[in-house]
Design a protein around this ligand. Structure first.
Ligand SMILES: NC(=O)c1ccc[n+]([C@@H]2O[C@H](COP(=O)([O-])OP(=O)(O)OC[C@H]3O[C@@H](n4cnc5c(N)ncnc54)[C@H](OP(=O)(O)O)[C@@H]3O)[C@@H](O)[C@H]2O)c1
Length: 284
């Protein structure tokens, strides 16, 4: 198994493949899942304040015995963490929860609230060495333009829903001039069976002696996306990272490109998101 890396717009090297811990409930379950992932060679964890499991991530890192600099931690600030003075404090609290001196990549999780003030304080946190790289998540409206217009550090990544049914080509073109990579959330459609069982993936799985999920994950890698499927199943955890010993051909990549149907699995209007997500305040 040979992990691949991408060079971010600040020259840092990010492991292109990682482990997502969204909907792994509680610190104990998260700790166990991360320890299993580390055992299988994962070295990149994607968490968030809103997932309420950052302490479990921190515990797993300590317990794994792997050096801190060999593990990449991404976490995300929730809108309740945005604002003058508020964001700096929220970053300090996050460092404590993760039990670490620095966060490799810190994202604004949602495009609501005082995100401009938050971005400026994240830039300050980079200067102070508390955070190595910063980026955005779910900024797909004109609010992305607003951040780009005030940024003195351009987003290293933008984390959005992305899979073969929703390939994010327009966003990819928009952020290319900034050297910003797409990070794919719902990379296997949140486990959607229709997507996983697409006949093309079954055909390629047969050819390469892989599973359909491995074909989809390999497609993300060859598209230069950063990808971190979630699983609490040790068989899946092992299977998902076993994608570095084969390569899809150009023709196969372009056949998968044709599956783009503009279908999202997360469907909520911006207004409803703002109402529902904006009313949530994660506990410290
Ligand atoms: N920024 C955002 O707003 C945002 C939103 C959503 C997600 N994310 C990030 O993206 C990560 C991944 O997204 P996600 O967890 O929602 O969806 P996902 O990774 O696309 O799918 C996870 C689902 O697929 C199943 N699965 C995993 N490996 C499998 C395999 N090899 N074969 C069959 N089924 C498999 C999992 O079940 P088992 O556990 O049983 O394996 C789980 O039900 C999250 O954990 C999080 O870090 C970010």
């Amino acid at each position: 198994m040979k992990q691949t890396y991408l060079t971010l717009n600040n020259k840092l090297e990010i492991p292109q493949f990682g482990f997502g811990v969204y909907m792994i409930m509680g610190d104990d379950n998260t700790r166990n899942a991360c320890l299993e992932a580390f055992k299988q060679g994962y070295r990149h964890i994607d968490t968030a304040h809103a997932y309420q499991n950052e302490r479990g991530v921190g515990q797993a890192i300590k317990e794994s015995g792997i050096s801190r600099e060999d593990i990449w931690i991404t976490s995300k600030l929730w809108p309740s963490d945005y604002g003058k003075g508020i964001t700096t404090q929220a970053i300090d609290n996050m460092l404590k929860r993760l039990d670490t001196d620095y966060i490799d990549l810190l994202l604004l999780h949602q495009q609501f609230g005082q995100y401009i003030d938050a971005w400026k304080e994240m830039e300050q946190a980079v200067k102070e060495g508390k955070v190595k790289a910063i980026g955005l998540s779910n900024f797909e409206s004109e609010r992305l333009e607003e951040v780009l217009s005030i940024a003195s550090i351009y987003p290293a990544v933008i984390q959005v829903e992305c899979h073969p049914y929703y390939q994010q080509r327009q966003l990819e073109e928009r952020v290319k001039p900034y050297g910003t990579f797409i990070e794919s959330w719902y990379p296997i459609g949140h486990g959607d069976q229709g997507l996983i069982n697409e006949p093309l993936f079954s055909e390629l799985a047969m050819k390469y002696n892989k599973t359909n999920v491995q074909i989809i994950l390999r497609w993300h890698i060859q598209e230069n996306r950063i990808v971190f499927p979630k699983s609490t199943n040790p068989t899946h955890i092992k299977e998902n990272i076993d994608i570095f010993d084969f390569e899809l051909t150009k023709e196969e990549m372009s056949s998968i490109s044709k599956l783009d149907k503009g279908i999202r699995f997360f469907n909520m209007s911006l207004e409803d998101q703002e109402k529902q997500l904006g009313s949530f305040t994660p506990a410290d």
